[in-house]
Design a protein around this ligand. Structure first.
Ligand code: JCQ
Length: 236
């Protein structure tokens, strides 16, 4: 059972998210718990302030450190002695999130995801509260909520028992580092475009070989940066 706590100024964003699909099913079956907490719960002033102007000047606002650090400490315990939870701050400056990272996080027992907003969070919040900063890619979005959802989706589907068909995760983990072959379903012809004949042949050996080749060619052409897994069929 993996416990995930999210700290955000928009906890309501996570209500529909946690209700549907693979994630909703996993929560329903008790394989995962997901709670979204309002950061303002850890404010003390009458306006429940979570941001302030930047030291040194410049545009926008910066998230104050106190609410984030107190939230992380209440949910995960103090950073230093023996914290079991991993506290992650979603930020464009973080280390890039990838499939192997998702697999590592799926082996944890408790994740706390801190969502920033505005121009960023006070550096001390990152240092005092977070164990690591994670980025989902080189673009800026308005808050850490969408990036947190990406991490939650990627991690939750790797938890034991979450995916119905164990082959789908096995196939994908084998494919790790390579793009998948194209997929087709009915009709066999649509607007003059036919499904490749091999997929309709019923010859599972040929199908496997075709998919392996497609996977390899696609990876080479579209994502030459990926380190492709060795081809299982030996097909070139
Ligand atoms: C995450 N790639 C992009 C936006 C401030 C920590 O402070 C902030 C966080 C965000 C949201 O994260 C991203 C992001 N991975 O933009 C502003």
């Amino acid at each position: 059972m993996l416990r995930i706590d999210v700290v955000t100024i928009f906890p309501e964003l996570f209500e529909p998210f946690r209700a549907v699909g693979v994630l909703g099913g996993a929560i329903e079956r008790g394989l995962l718990s997901l709670a979204a907490h309002d950061l303002r719960r850890w404010t003390r002033d009458r306006h429940r302030t979570v941001d302030d102007i930047p030291y040194g000047g410049g545009p926008g606002m910066v998230m104050k450190p106190e609410p984030l650090v107190e939230a992380a400490e209440e949910l995960a315990g103090p950073k230093h002695p023996l914290r079991v939870a991993r506290v992650l701050l979603l930020a464009p400056q973080g280390a890039r999130f990838h499939q192997a990272k998702a697999a590592a996080l799926a082996r944890e027992s408790h994740l706390v995801l801190l969502c920033g907003r505005y121009e960023g969070v006070d550096q001390r919040a990152s240092e005092l509260a977070a164990d690591e900063e994670l980025s989902i890619g080189d673009y800026v979005v308005s808050g850490g909520e969408a990036p947190a959802m990406v991490v939650i989706e990627a991690v939750s589907r790797l938890l034991p028992g979450v995916l119905g068909n164990p082959e789908s995760s096995a196939a994908e983990s084998f494919q790790q580092g390579a793009l998948e072959a194209p997929h087709y379903t009915r009709p066999a012809e649509f607007r003059g475009c036919a499904v490749p004949e091999v997929l309709r042949s019923g010859d599972h050996g040929r199908i496997r070989a075709w998919r392996a080749t497609q996977s390899k060619v696609r990876t080479q052409r579209r994502r030459p940066d990926l380190q492709a897994a060795p081809c299982q069929t030996g097909e070139q």
